[in-house]
Design a protein around this ligand. Structure first.
Ligand code: NDP
Ligand code: 2IT
Length: 448
């Protein structure tokens, strides 16, 4: 059988039965061709529809989320949870609250999550959810009522052994608190392990807040080390200024690098002295304001709403905002400025055209499902602590995170070399490693 032609027909079928879901098609187009060398070595996975089943979620939930705003008006949003694959463990993946959320975006994120979670080596399946809700400008009381309404429908599908959501864009500790409270109230169970990303004071894990950003920097550090480089005195550009971006910046600074630019959805900020992270945290986490206000507080910094953060010269770029934010022209600008490495803190931030530019130029490129796996890995550590009714120290948890990232990186390289001959092909390495783990479990569990 011509495996590449077979994978092409699976991709065509994914596009046909999920019309208009551009991001899901894009994620499938990235993964499917890279499975060819794995299937060549494992023809036993061809006859059992493993690849077809991997592309079809086990369950897709879409529900109405009605809530009352502060003026007493009824607002109606749409909630989603795509329970994609449970071969390796309960569905696991974040919830995103952003006006752009639709079924195709949740599906792309859930599909990526299957491979990412498998890569961590932990017992977690893949899922993702969210709502087309805009949290910006909403009061705490409105956020609470929205979260309560969202959970009033979703709770029946969750459970520590069934489906375990966490945060993503627009969902942090505040939202997890309101969601957990409503789950507890409806079920009358203090089921700590049903959500991760909880505050440390009541069942959360140390280092979970920091984990995605820190993990992305650890992954980049490993990539750089393969060429004899490190973060010392390097100029770094980070997109976004949310959870992942903030802790990526913190770890780069701890390793001696200098983050000279970051951004939010309204533009980007350049501070050649190095981004003042306390100020960013105050603006984004406490005031929930715009990154542009940084330049008002610190006149040596410059804010721009034209161009992109990738126009700023850097040695290392860490896209940590959202999908398809780093495009062909951004990649060309990075290459022109001599960028050595790009590690994705966000999910699918680089377009396929941008990735191709990096590949041709020999820029080290760490795809999100490997580079940002530290977040969900630490969620799995949180589940482990909850199950044992235990709580580890920050250092203990962070060293587990660091070790997971080293292992993920090493496995990507080993399989990239083994299945494609080039250890720098992290895309191939990540997809093949994740696939082989899930496929083995799916094959053993029968056609379900
Ligand atoms: P946050 O909501 O904390 O921050 C998101 C940041 O990205 C904000 O600065 C936001 O700007 C910016 N942003 C969002 N959408 C856009 C857009 N359309 N254009 C430009 N900027 C945008 O989310 P997280 O930091 O948690 O998530 C960031 C990325 O990391 C996402 O891709 C997510 O899927 C991924 N990720 C998150 C993990 C986690 O543990 N939280 C784990 C693994 C991956 P503004 O403030 O203006 O909205
Ligand atoms: O994309 C991701 O990996 C996340 N948003 C984190 C998922 C999780 O369950 O911690």
């Amino acid at each position: 059988m011509d495996v590449s032609a077979y994978l092409e027909t699976v991709y065509t079928e994914v596009c046909r039965r999920n019309p208009g879901e551009a991001e899901f098609h894009q994620a499938a187009a990235e993964v499917l061709p890279s499975l060819a060398p794995a299937l060549d070595r494992h023809p036993e996975y061809l006859g059992t529809g493993i690849v077809e089943r991997l592309c079809e979620p086990e369950r897709q939930l879409i529900f109405r989320v009605p809530w009352l705003d502060d003026r007493g008006d009824v607002q109606v949003n749409r909630g989603f949870r795509v329970e994609f694959n449970s071969a390796l463990g309960p569905y696991k993946g974040g919830l995103r609250f952003h006006p752009s959320v639709n079924l195709g975006i949740v599906k792309f994120l859930g599909f990526e999550q299957i491979f990412k979670n498998a890569l961590t080596g932990m017992a977690i399946g893949g899922g993702k959810g969210g709502a087309d809700f805009e949290p910006k400008g909403r009061s705490d009381a409105e956020i609470m009522r929205f979260c309560q309404s969202f959970m009033t429908e979703l709770y029946r599908h969750l459970g520590e052994h069934t489906d375990v959501p966490a945060g993503d864009i627009g969902v942090g500790a505040r939202e997890i608190g309101y969601l957990f409270g409503q789950y507890k109230r409806i079920t009358n169970r203090y089921e700590s392990g049903v959500l991760t990303g909880k505050p440390v004071a009541w069942g959360g894990s140390h280092a979970r807040t920091e984990a995605t950003g820190y993990g992305t920097v650890y992954f980049a550090q490993e990539m750089l080390a393969t060429r004899g480089h490190d973060f010392g005195d390097r100029h770094v550009v980070v997109s976004g200024s949310g959870n992942v971006a903030v802790y990526a910046i913190e770890k780069v600074h701890a390793l001696g690098g200098r983050v000279v630019a970051c951004s939010d959805s309204s533009g980007y900020l350049v501070d050649e002295d190095g981004i003042d992270l306390d100020l960013v945290k105050e603006i984004k986490q406490v005031r929930r304001s715009r990154i542009s206000t940084y330049a008002e507080a610190k006149p040596t910094a410059r804010f721009s709403s034209r161009g992109t953060v990738y126009d700023v010269p850097c040695d290392i770029a860490l896209p940590c905002a959202t999908q398809n934010e780093l495009r062909h022209d951004d990649a060309v600008a990075l290459v022109k400025n001599g960028t050595l490495a790009v590690a994705e803190g966000a999910n699918m931030p680089c377009t396929p055209e941008a990735v191709e530019v990096f590949r041709e130029a020999g820029v080290l490129y760490g795809p999100g499902k490997a580079a940002n796996a530290g977040g969900v890995a630490t969620s799995a550590l949180e589940m482990q602590q909850n199950a044992a009714r235990d709580s580890w120290t920050f250092d203990q948890t962070e060293s587990r995170l660091a070790s997971v990232m080293r292992t993920v990186h090493a496995q990507c390289r080993v399989n990239a070399e083994e299945y494609g001959g080039n250890p720098d092909n992290y895309v191939l390495g990540a997809n093949v490693t994740g696939f082989l783990r899930v496929a083995e479990a799916m094959a053993a569990q029968g056609v379900i």
